[in-house]
Design a protein around this ligand. Structure first.
Ligand code: PMP
Length: 384
């Protein structure tokens, strides 16, 4: 039996997107594919709300998208400020370290954000070239508000990088209006395409910083010197080559971006918000608390804490027997204290109800006592 995939990526994908993946593979320099690629680049700028940005589509994962921004924008001894709200923020610090940056981390307590005053104080005290933050850290389900950080980036002339792997096309992002220089993601989450694409849109200011580099980019594959002419060529409907694009994944991306724009970004933001709130509220009905404070809880995934006495392995196994795949904890320091449920992309009210029902069953089997059916009732009422 096919199980419902409710982890925070990869997610359930639309049939038309999957069908695009099984079409005969086109030549990467054929007129048909050049159109598909060019349209995908144009649609990215709309989904990112960054009409003047420079989009990049590359074969790779979200980590490559992070690496692309880091390697192209950082030179040895550049000062970088990392705002970390979990595992992926810490990973970014590791990456900057690899490129020789002089970096500092502002690390939030588990389930919290770093307040904007603390960030501003740091930027006022020391001159930084670049600041990175994770919009939704998938290890804690903490969401950071990007707009005030974008404003600080403009005020202090610091390049801002938003890791949107778990947020783009789910949580509200207005890249250009909010003045954020780089917004990056991967295909397998709210973008709605199987794993394998690294996606990024860079502002004019970021591209200018890249052009003014004094040293060569330390990552051969990710170097924009090689990829920028390719992206520009495809957008101008001309053939170009540096590395063979993931043809079928790009075809699937084209379909998915069309679907996202058809639904409308504002509708999508509202739908994800409603879904996130309904899911968290259903968990509360079962007596579960969450890793993030409600004020900074993500809407693309949730991280409910296990009730006392429930074993992670037993719980996840029981949920699987109910036909729903959910994920365990990820943050190394608190891994066994919580589980994670993704509710982004094409997720329907029915999917969420099925998931809450499976969680109720699994909790019951693991000895947790609660008002049976209360979670399902709650989510039904909120998503009706
Ligand atoms: N950043 C965040 C916020 C993520 O959630 C992930 C993946 N879960 C990554 C980066 C890395 O993406 P990938 O696994 O595709 O390399």
């Amino acid at each position: 039996m096919k199980k419902l995939l409710m982890i925070p990526g990869p997610i359930e994908f639309d049939e038309k997107v999957l069908a695009a993946m099984s079409e005969p593979t086109l030549s990467h320099v054929s007129p048909e594919f050049i159109d598909i690629f060019g349209e995908a680049l144009e649609m990215m700028k709309k989904v990112w709300m960054c009409p003047e940005g420079q989009p990049f589509i590359m074969a790779g994962t979200g980590t490559l998208a992070m690496d692309m921004a880091a390697s192209n924008l950082v030179e040895r001894n550049d000062r970088v400020l990392v705002v970390s709200t979990g595992y992926f923020g810490d990973r970014y610090a590791d990456m900057f370290d690899r490129y020789g940056a002089d970096y500092r981390i502002l690390r939030a307590e588990h389930g919290r954000t770093v307040d904007i005053e603390t960030i501003e104080k740091e930027l006022r005290t020391r001159k930084y070239k670049l600041l990175s933050f994770t919009h939704v850290d998938t290890s804690t389900a903490v969401k950071v508000e990007p707009e005030p950080i974008g404003e600080l980036g403009q005020k202090y002339n610091v390049i801002t990088i938003l890791d949107g792997v778990c947020s783009v096309a789910g949580e509200e992002i207005r890249q250009q209006e909010w003045g954020i220089d780089v917004v990056l993601t991967a295909s397998q989450k709210a973008i709605g395409v199987p794993p394998g694409l690294a996606l990024l849109v860079a502002s004019g200011r970021a591209m200018e910083k890249f052009r003014k580099r004094k040293s060569p980019v330390g990552n051969y594959y990710a170097d924009w010197t090689n990829w920028l002419p390719v992206m520009q060529a495809y957008e101008n409907r001309k053939p170009a080559y540096f590395g063979t694009p993931a043809v079928n994944l790009v075809a699937a991306l084209n379909i998915s971006l069309q679907q996202i724009l058809k639904e409308g970004l504002e509708n999508r933001f509202v739908r994800h918000k409603r879904t996130g709130q309904a899911f968290r509220s259903a968990m509360n009905e079962l007596g579960l608390k969450h890793i993030p404070d409600e004020g900074c809880a993500a809407n693309t995934l949730s991280a409910p804490r296990y009730p006392q006495g429930v074993s992670p392995a037993a719980f996840l196994g029981e949920a699987g027997k109910e036909g729903v795949v959910i994920a365990g904890g990820l943050h190394p320091e608190i891994r066994n204290e919580y589980f994670r449920v993704g509710h982004m992309g094409k997720v329907s009210a029915e999917d969420v109800i099925t998931t809450v029902a499976a969680i109720e069953k699994a909790l019951g089997k693991c000895g947790h006592r609660f008002d049976a059916g209360a979670g399902v009732d709650r989510v039904r009422q909120l998503l009706a």
